[in-house]
Design a protein around this ligand. Sequence first.
Ligand code: QAP
Ligand code: CO
Length: 196
Amino acid sequence: MKTNFLENYKLEGKMLPIFTYPAPVLKKIALPVTEFNDELRQTIKDMLFTMYHAPGIGLAAPQVGISQRFFVMDIWYDREEVTTAEGKTEFRLSSFQPIVIINPVFKNKTGEILYEEGCLSVPGIYEEVKRAQLVTVEYQDMFGEQHTLDADELLSVCLQHENDHLDGIVFIERLSLIKKQLLEKKYLKGQKKAKA
Ligand code: QAP
Ligand code: CO
């Protein structure tokens, strides 16, 4: 599999605030990226940093309040917590393989897979969602170069989950109405408690 791994990625950057459901930015259809500049690349670094810290396996631009068509993912990394001599907690990553997807277009979706999903924008909620088993995605990397990626299993599920964010869709909206209403109730109750 060929992906656009960032070389020599160091776990540095800043934590971006994650917008949680039902924030309006999560419901908007995001706009295509047109400028592949340093500002975009810095945002991508910060999104990876935020994702690895969460920790999560995927984070889309609308989740950090940016209504544009790109997301970051990493389904392979291991995170280790280390305590420094000063007693501070740090995270080290091993075998990490960040993937950056910009302006994705799904070319092929076949088969079916049920996978338990979660989302940094809907903390504490996990539920099985039905998705395509195999997908082909055309996308641009952070320099504007065009690529094609074939994916199955978790990689395929994650691509579809993150792409949904670009279309203003959160995974609980893929469930039956009754399940969605039940989870929404549970989630909003939890949110209230977290704020209190
Ligand atoms: C999307 O989700 C995904 O509720 C990425 O308290 C998930 O990284 C695609 C997370 C599963 C495919 C399969 C969720 C972290 C992270 C939480 C995530 C939480 C802390 C979710
Ligand atoms: Co999500």
